[in-house]
Design a protein around this ligand. Structure first.
Ligand SMILES: C[S@@+](CC[C@H](N)C(=O)[O-])C[C@H]1O[C@@H](n2cnc3c(N)ncnc32)[C@H](O)[C@@H]1O
Length: 533
């Protein structure tokens, strides 16, 4: 009898703890949801959902993350249900994010009884109204199940491997590999020596190697950026747009902690995140500059020895939208293109890249974006080519073995590097400028015989599109799949005539020949994907 009572007391205590924890998770989730929705509305996020949840102030990360993601997944439904049922008084409308979270829990979430504060009590009293509004919504949308309703709003999820970059300032790659092998299937990446690949959806947020900064969750394309800059130990390096600092601390690791990194960031709030990242990485050679990169004076003595600049400016983020869970946000829709915003971003990107050339000792500049838009990528690079040439820079070829290069919008665009949001799971763009006469790597000098050096000419030649009209770098039509594929083929043809030492050269040429002669189908993926096969 006594044992039974004790057992019951333990169970009550446990369920009380769970309820309290769920209560706090709902409040933390509501705060994050507010930042995310406000950022989405202004198209100016403070951080991704993941980064907001992983900030030190959030205590119950797993539950909070799940609640935010789930609420966003059901967001359009919850909004409609609250609107149809008209249950929210002005008081609760002022706390609408908490209402969304609680409504999610009532309608789709918790099986356990929902206990908590006033918000929970209030919405629980309206449960029947909410349920009948949901039933009405199903009828209106002509679907039978909630899943069908969700798929009306959200495209299917893209799953991708979980990449982690080993922070070699704290741990060597083999030790990290062994540590992960205890729990997961893990392998080394074949391109980047400090990158490990784990299965999709591996949950690492509680892993001790993450918590102590020995590894960072960082995608492959994002990790290629610092490696493309290839800063040497002892150099002065400027990271022009640094927060949250993933690439900054990667640079520190690549430099073995030797030398000096200046990390410039405009946004005060994001500077705090940058500092947290630096602290976590253990790097001691990074100086944070709060300010506008455009107003840094290249003649200032503190920049006189800067030999490498990483410019990873604000961009539309169109290449990593699914990774940041942006597809869950209200602004996300296939048709949504904010042209005005793209133009504004591109104007800033051009200014910032132009500014980078004027640092007196700089010999390597990487320009990168996590955007798939030509206007933020090839067009930006094309627009600065004459200026770059006047400073003695040429485009070099980062990762010459990488098959996906820039859109063929101008002669030399084959030096540019792209990753594809679907095939490579994130869409990045990298351009590397190297000063003539500077010591660049064998790969960039094309000693591996892939793509010839192509010093920038100020009268850089443009390709001609198949219908005979000269292609303008800002020609919107060019991004249509049909023209893109035709141009890719032309570019591929050029590419295939360059002597290659690849052992698969013959097979590739044969395939190219077949592709070049095949009819173009609307919407087919880029032809040069065949190089992958
Ligand atoms: C794409 S994010 C950089 C991501 C970072 N490289 C990383 O890997 O963690 C761009 C950053 O540039 C900052 N930024 C925008 N304009 C800037 C400017 N004029 N000067 C310095 N930083 C700027 C933004 O606040 C944002 O934090």
């Amino acid at each position: 009898m006594v044992a039974k009572k004790a057992k019951a007391a333990v169970a009550t205590e446990k369920s009380g703890r769970r309820s309290r924890s769920a209560y706090f998770a709902r409040r933390e989730a509501a705060k994050i949801l507010r930042s995310v929705l406000q950022g989405d509305e202004r198209r100016q996020a403070i951080g991704s959902i993941k980064s907001l949840v992983y900030s030190p102030s959030v205590s119950n990360k797993r539950a909070t993350f799940a609640l935010v993601c789930q609420t966003l997944k059901y967001f359009p439904i919850i909004k409609d249900v609250l609107e149809f049922s008209d249950v929210l008084s002005n008081k609760w409308k002022r706390q609408k994010e908490l209402m969304y979270i609680v409504a999610y829990d009532i309608l789709f979430g918790q099986e356990a009884p929902l206990v908590g504060g006033d918000a929970e009590k209030f919405l629980l009293r309206q449960k029947e109204d909410l349920q009948s509004a949901l039933a009405e919504l199903l009828v209106r949308k002509k679907v039978k199940h909630i899943d069908q309703l969700i798929s009306l709003y959200h495209p299917p999820d893209i799953s991708k491997p979980c990449y982690v970059r080993v922070n070699t300032l704290r741990l060597d790659v083999d030790s990290a590999l062994q540590e992960f092998e205890k729990q997961f299937l893990v392998q080394k990446d074949d391109l980047l020596p400090d990158l490990l690949i784990l299965p999709p959806h591996t949950d690492l947020h509680n892993h001790h190697l993450i918590a102590n900064g020995s590894v960072f969750i960082q995608g492959k394309a994002s990790s290629m950026v610092g490696a493309a800059l290839d800063p040497r130990p002892g150099w002065d390096v400027l990271d022009a747009c640094a927060a949250p600092g993933n690439k900054t601390v990667h640079l520190a690791a690549l430099m073995g902690g030797k030398g000096r990194i200046l990390a410039c960031e405009l946004n005060k709030q994001r500077v705090n995140r940058l500092k947290d990242t630096i602290m976590l990485s253990g790097a001691t050679n990074i100086e944070v500059l709060l300010g506008d990169f455009l107003s840094l004076d290249p003649k200032d003595r503190s920049f006189s020895k800067v030999r490498a600049i990483l410019l990873d400016p604000s961009c539309s983020g169109s290449g990593t939208a699914s990774q940041r869970l942006d597809h869950l946000l209200p602004s996300h829709s296939a048709e949504f293109v904010d042209a005005e915003r793209l133009n504004r971003l591109a104007a800033f990107q051009k200014k910032a890249l132009s500014h980078a050339f004027s640092f007196p000792a700089v010999e390597r500049i990487v320009y990168s974006t996590c955007s798939v838009n030509q206007i933020e990528n090839e067009d930006v690079v094309y627009s600065v080519l004459p200026l770059a040439a006047s400073f003695g820079f040429r485009l070099a070829t980062p990762f010459a073995q990488w098959y996906r290069r820039g859109f063929p919008t101008f002669e030399g665009s084959e030096h540019l590097l792209r990753t594809d949001p679907v095939e490579d799971k994130e869409g990045f763009f990298i351009a590397l400028f190297v000063k003539q006469g500077a010591a660049n790597s064998a790969e960039e000098r094309n000693e591996c015989g892939s793509i010839p050096d192509n010093p920038i000419q100020s009268n850089n030649k443009k390709y001609t599109i198949p219908d005979g009209k000269p292609m303008q770098s800002n020609n919107r039509r060019y991004t249509s799949p049909v023209l893109y594929n035709k141009l890719s083929r032309i570019w591929l043809h050029t590419y295939s005539t360059v002597p290659r030492r690849s052992i698969r050269q013959k097979a590739i040429k044969q395939r190219l020949w077949r592709v070049l002669n095949a009819p173009v189908k609307f919407g087919e993926s880029a032809s040069y994907d065949i190089l992958l096969e």
